[in-house]
Write a protein that binds this ligand. Structure first.
Ligand SMILES: Cc1ncc(C[n+]2csc(CCOP(=O)(O)OP(=O)(O)O)c2C)c(N)n1
Ligand SMILES: [Mg+2]
Length: 787
């Protein structure tokens, strides 16, 4: 229903001069035109080579043309950052075009290779996009964590204290608020007292499939207010407000307020005649209403009845400019999906495209001459020179690049290998971070850790004890003050370097996305390390993908992992995560077995996430204590660990078998190797530290003709040698190695749901123990012989 939402406040509108208003009203028309034309051009005028519809969202774009014009061409300051609802990309591109930041060529190639992207993309739209969007909900959540990161940098004095903070703005679709991640973020934001955040909801009451339920928004404002937000409702435009002020105008307001969403939308589509019929039927007894109906012909009546505030530039500017403080604010802007287009309000308009005839009449109504479709000012009532001068004066037009630069942080040539004859990679990780925490200097000062309530259980405790938990305010560690003994010190302060999150992996990844973009967004680099339990990567997977799609850089430490965490039970036993590590773009995955490997990899990761062409790094760790090899790591071994594999036991020349293992199953691989050495002398034992690097390098080698690490390593074996691969993960993680040199292969691994047990039982049941490896070796050798 269009019932008025409480929460709108009366504020003094900042006066928008008549000239400015006129310019913005002219330009919003142009934005609507350009976005519509861009989509039309892509679908109807550009030749299709594959018979596919190109698509684009004319209705969703029309819905936000006013709101976005107001923001980009007046309200926003250079330090503000925006996540635009994905299907409003054409409006975004049109605005960038008017600001001189987007080329006509790219608009003409909207959704074509190399052209303006279908959804705003940080990495593919060439630096003009603040936050990528596409998967609804994530961009909205991202702005909240970006605001938190902005505060973190300021309070750590990594950005100038006197620089005005930017507003992190999300332009959200109303149905986007169905995405749970938004509410997870909202809760987290409340805990962290997040500021400088605007969420502008395009309340067109339509989703993709249909008109949204009337009940949906009844509670939204109360919900935001509960979390400390201001809610500003932009409901009726100035025409309707004037009508309400007339005799019997309150009847009209009441009628609209209680009009169901679907009827309102249907009447928007039907136009003046439809409105008249219903108003006559329901309100004809009121003389004031009859007068209004008499004074308005059908087009004027349609204009009046659809005069919602989200399409009324004056109302929109007043609402935005009235907010001068840093309280998070949700603007609920009433709009119409497809406003100004022939399918306005139609429930099926989400993917609707105007046909050529409709486009021709729209073009005529916009007074855009044929051939002048891309001209920035064609068909507008104001002189071009005035509009050009106005655009030059827009704060965003005067700013330099939206991508900031930041100096790299130096990483030492080595990290000390954690001591301990027997230790797990998770313990080693804790010690490495503990060591960094007690070191002085720039590197440790730029590391920030974060975890969704598994800080202690992923061994970040040592780091947190020394570096503290981040909070905007000082908060004492009460247990400590009360002298209750605890290994954990949880004092919170603005200088803290750990951001503790509630249990929501989606928030973890959005936080890592924001921390990992601190350099380009705010001009100060951070080295973020996030920890979580390996199986719960899947819980936040879309947010992880989202972070990586934006080229955010961070280190992900996932621990514990696999069935090796044994007694913890099946629900926590990750299986496919190494395949995610193998296949996920933007992420390079490692699964070390030993502490010295981890020391090499963590050091490398701290550099890798800073490289221009680098990637984020995923370290899959284990709680299984392993006896550590007594060895020093020279440059060649260190390089091999980073490249993804090395021979733990060198094969004899022309060896006929190799056991290939990854991660915590190293003892079983070693035992099996020892057991077969009598029958198969010279068998090799290959340690894999990164299936993902090895695989990529192999594919690159196939393309370039260079010898890849996998080819070089397996080239040490006889051409008809057999392989057994073993890892505590899906066997496909390593089974591709059989294709590298055409070896017969028996891949071992886990491809069923796990269960509780101890390691000997579980490794036996899932076929990872030394016996299973020996059996597999026999089968592999038979397979090789039978070829
Ligand atoms: C996570 C996710 N699920 C589904 C989609 C497909 N999708 C794109 S837009 C949309 C509806 C959005 O409605 P709303 O947010 O109200 O935006 P409007 O088009 O009305 O402005 C859907 C379901 C998506 N982009 N992301
Ligand atoms: Mg909608």
């Amino acid at each position: 229903m269009l019932r008025a939402l409480p929460g709108g406040r009366n504020r003094e509108p900042a006066a928008a001069s008549a000239e400015k208003l006129a310019c913005l009203q002219a330009l919003e028309k142009k934005v609507l035109w350009l976005s519509t034309w861009m989509i039309h051009n892509a679908n109807h005028l550009r030749p299709s080579r594959d018979g596919l519809k190109v698509g684009g969202h004319q209705a969703s774009s029309a819905s936000v043309a006013t709101l976005m014009t107001a923001l980009y061409l007046d309200v926003m300051r250079p330090q503000d950052r925006v996540a635009v609802k994905p299907h409003a990309a054409p409006v975004f591109h049109a605005l960038q075009y008017l600001l001189g930041r987007q080329s006509r060529d790219k608009l003409e190639r909207f959704r074509a290779y190399g052209g303006a992207q279908s959804y705003p993309s940080r990495s593919k739209d060439g630096g003009i996009v603040d936050f990528s969007t596409g998967s609804v909900g994530l961009g909205v959540g991202m702005t909240l964590f970006a605001s938190l990161v902005q505060d973190y940098l300021r309070l750590h004095r990594l950005t100038p204290a006197d620089a005005a903070p930017g507003r992190m703005i999300a332009l959200a679709g109303d149905a986007e608020l169905d995405e749970g991640n938004i509410f997870e973020a909202l809760l987290e934001g409340w805990k962290h007292d997040v500021r400088n955040l605007w969420w502008v909801v395009d309340y067109n009451r339509q989703s993709l499939d249909a008109v949204v339920s009337d009940r949906l928004f009844g509670r939204i404002d109360a919900l935001f207010e509960m979390f400390g937000w201001r809610v500003v409702t932009l409901k009726y435009g100035r025409l309707l407000q004037a009508a309400f002020a007339r005799p019997d105008g309150d009847q009209l307001r009441e009628w609209i307020d209680s009009c169901p969403n679907s009827l309102y939308s249907a009447l928007v589509y039907k136009g003046g005649e439809g409105w008249r019929e219903h108003l006559r039927r329901d309100l004809n007894r009121y003389p004031g209403i009859r007068a209004i109906l008499d004074e308005h012909d059908d087009p004027a009546l349609a204009r009046l009845m659809t005069n919602l505030a989200g399409h009324d530039m004056g109302s929109v500017l007043d609402a935005f400019h009235a907010v001068g403080d840093d309280q998070p604010t949700c603007f609920i802007a009433y709009t119409i999906k497809g406003y100004g287009l022939p399918f306005a309000g139609h429930k099926d308009n989400h993917a609707g495209l105007m046909n050529p005839d409709q486009m021709a009449s729209f073009q005529a109504s916009m007074a855009v001459p044929q051939g002048a479709e891309w001209e920035p000012f064609a068909g507008l009532d104001l002189p071009s020179a005035e509009l050009a001068a106005f655009l030059e004066s827009v704060p965003l037009a005067r700013a330099s690049s939206r991508q900031r630069q930041s100096a790299p942080i130096e990483v030492p040539a080595q990290l000390p290998v954690p001591r301990g004859r027997i230790q797990s990679t998770q313990e080693a990780f804790g010690r490495l971070l503990g060591g960094l925490a007690s070191s002085e200097g720039e590197l440790a000062g730029h590391i920030v850790t974060t975890s969704p309530d598994v800080t202690v259980s992923t061994n970040l405790g040592g780091w947190v004890n020394r570096r503290g938990v981040f909070d905007r305010a000082e908060r004492a560690d009460i247990f400590r003050e009360e002298k209750v003994v605890s290994a954990q010190r949880w004092a919170m302060a603005p200088q803290g370097q750990h951001i503790e999150l509630g249990i929501a992996e989606s928030n973890l990844f959005l936080n890592l996305a924001a921390l990992g973009l601190a350099g380009p967004l705010f001009g100060a680099r951070l080295l973020p390390i996030g920890t979580l339990y390996d199986p719960f990567i899947k819980r936040g997977l879309d947010a992880l993908n989202y972070a990586l799609y934006q080229d955010a850089r961070f280190i992900l430490v996932a621990t514990p992992s696999g069935i090796t965490l044994a007694p913890e039970g099946g629900a926590h036993q990750s299986v496919v995560e190494p395949l995610i590590g193998l296949g996920q773009p933007g992420l390079v995955a490692f699964e070390p077995a030993y502490a010295d490997e981890l020391a090499v990899l963590l050091r490398w990761a701290l550099e890798e996430i800073q490289r221009d062409d680098g990637e984020s790094v995923y370290l899959r760790l284990s709680t299984r204590p392993l006896e550590q090899p007594a060895r020093g790591i020279d440059a060649a071994l260190s390089e091999a660990i980073v490249a993804g594999a090395y021979w733990l036991r060198e094969p004899a020349p022309d060896a006929e078998l190799a056991i290939v293992y990854c991660g915590a199953v190293a003892p079983e691989a070693l035992a099996a190797h020892a057991a077969i050495s009598e029958d198969v002398p010279g068998a090799g034992l290959l340690a894999i530290t990164s299936p993902s690097r090895l695989h990529r390098d192999w594919r690159a080698g196939l393309a370039s003709g260079a010898t890849s690490a996998a080819v070089r390593l397996l080239g040490r074996l006889r051409p008809d040698a057999a392989l057994v691969t073993v890892a505590d993960s899906h066997p496909a993680t390593l089974s591709w190695l059989g294709a590298v040199a055409g070896n017969a292969i028996v891949p071992l691994g886990v491809d069923g749901f796990g269960q509780s047990g101890d390691i000997p039982d579980l490794y036996r049941v899932y076929g990872l123990d030394a016996d299973a490896i020996v059996d597999a070796a026999a089968r592999a050798c038979l397979g090789a012989a039978a070829r």
